[in-house]
Design a protein. Structure first.
Length: 479
């Protein structure tokens, strides 16, 4: 019997070959290995962009959906770090200053100690300790007052941690601060002890004002599950105390650790300061507060960061979000004027790119790190930035900040084949439904190519994006 359902099925059968032919024609410009992966995962060709250009040649080797603005995830850090190098210079350093609000007599400050930050992105715990050592070397031993913090060099609109994905305690969601110590991070380690039937928790660093409530239970059974069964909550989201650990950890679990941001910038800085200061025999009797340093005062101590050329290696090789965001604000403050804001940073980057003939009209930089759903750039425009960088006096500093295939950073376990290892410099990016990579390929024949691949489609981060773009890199290498 011929029914409407039969007619509908026949119509689908009639149309399907035409759709297949259209899809095949759409991907015909792609290398066969890439096209097969896209087809195998049923990725709409319109969701994939690729751009390949040999350095020194007038036209690209491959351009596929190259002008479509897409979310590039963390590969947008390449724009931020390149402009940072070009505008600030590879030897640029951030400073952190200390001022004495009171008289220093026989090692005791009768007053407050004020610390002013200028956005150092790499003020990690080891360097913070060196900063405190400089204070001790200058004769300060005891602070009979408060620790005051001046974070006015940056001016940030309300930006609650976790607004991106609802994970406010994750370190990648830390918001910028002009005085950012150790990425505002605490590493919690959990050690199951079958003898005492207890789970030991160690915090590193352990801020003096941090309180931990250990409600973990040690149980028999299989080790595994989300966070190994450890749940973390913060009693007071604004003050960070207490940090409550609950759930169950299996006896046969190995030591487990997680890094989280559980205190606000000011309270974290004070807690770490007090812990380190007192561990070395110092004293501080007061609490913590905010105060601006007077502009005409000479600092008691001025402490410099590593140079920018070193800092961007951490940004790009390990895709450090907060460091990229600190750099964006610094660019705005230095080029347009303090305080640094996200808007000034975006404007400054656009001005620098335009001055180099790179007016990227479709660029939406957002926070400069890629931790955003709104960031946009086309594969061609990102490729143009890489091409321009290849002719920069700071080319070596820039390219050396990329992860090196099979050797370090985010690529240490990828492209490990003997022929590709060490011959590909890439920055990767991944968000839900986004996968991207961009960088430089030294081909088998000795030619130099820039390569950009961006896929925005359902499930791209689960494998299709990485497989297609890995095939693209392999194809470029064979040229």
């Amino acid at each position: 019997m011929f029914t409407h359902r039969t007619a509908h099925c026949l119509l689908i059968i009639a149309i399907w070959p035409l759709w297949s032919i259209a899809a095949a024609d759409t991907t015909a410009a792609l290398p066969g290995s890439v096209a097969r992966i896209i087809a195998g995962y049923k990725v709409p060709p319109a969701d994939f962009s690729a751009y390949v250009h040999e350095i020194g040649q007038p036209e690209p080797l491959l351009a596929f959906n190259e002008t479509v603005p897409r979310n590039p995830a963390s590969t947008i850090k390449l724009v931020t770090t390149f402009v940072g190098l070009e505008s600030l210079g590879p030897a640029y350093t951030w400073k952190t200053e200390a001022f004495l609000d009171g008289e220093l007599t026989d090692g005791t400050l009768d007053g407050d100690l004020l610390i002013k930050g200028y956005g150092d992105p790499y003020f990690v715990i080891e360097r913070f300790w060196l900063f405190l050592r400089e204070l001790r070397n200058r004769g300060l031993r005891s602070v009979a007052g408060d620790l005051l913090i001046d974070d006015s060099y940056f001016d940030l609109a309300e930006d609650r941690p976790g607004s991106f994905d609802g994970q406010p305690l994750r370190v990648y969601n830390v918001t910028p601060s002009a005085l950012l110590v150790n990425f505002q991070s605490v590493r919690f380690s959990f050690s199951p002890d079958a003898v005492t039937k207890h789970v030991r928790i160690v915090a590193d660093p352990m801020p003096a004002n941090l309180k931990i409530s250990n409600r973990l239970k040690l149980v028999r059974g299989r080790c595994g599950g989300y966070q190994n069964g450890v749940a973390i909550t913060v009693g007071d989201p604004d003050r960070g105390n207490p940090v409550i650990f609950s759930g169950s950890l299996a006896e046969n679990c190995r030591d487990y650790s997680m890094s989280r941001s559980v205190l606000q910038p000011v309270t974290y800085t004070y807690g770490v300061f007090k812990t380190l200061w007192e561990a070395d025999g110092g004293e501080i009797t007061g609490g913590v507060g905010l105060k601006r340093a007077l502009a005409d005062r000479e600092p008691f101590v001025s402490f410099a960061s590593p140079p920018l050329a070193d800092v961007i290696r951490s940004v790009n090789k390990f895709s450090n979000n907060i460091m990229a965001r600190q750099l964006l604000l610094t660019i705005g403050a230095e080029l347009i004027g303090p305080p640094g804001t996200v808007e000034k940073g975006r404007e400054a980057i656009s001005l620098v790119l335009a001055s180099r003939g790179l007016a990227l009209i479709d660029l939406n930089l957002e926070n400069g790190a890629g931790l955003s759903r709104e960031t946009r750039i086309s594969a061609r425009d990102l490729g143009r930035v890489l091409l321009d960088a290849s002719d920069s006096p700071y080319q070596a500093e820039f390219i050396s900040s990329f992860a090196l295939a099979g050797l370090d950073g985010t690529l240490r376990r990828r492209f490990t084949q003997e022929d590709l290892r060490g011959r590909v410099h890439l920055k990767t990016g991944r968000l839900d439904d986004v996968f991207a990579m961009a960088g430089y390929v030294h081909s088998r024949s000795g030619r130099q190519f820039i390569v950009v691949g961006i896929q925005n489609s359902k499930g791209a981060h689960r494998g299709p994006g990485e497989e297609a773009e890995t095939a693209l890199v392999r194809w470029v290498y064979e040229h």
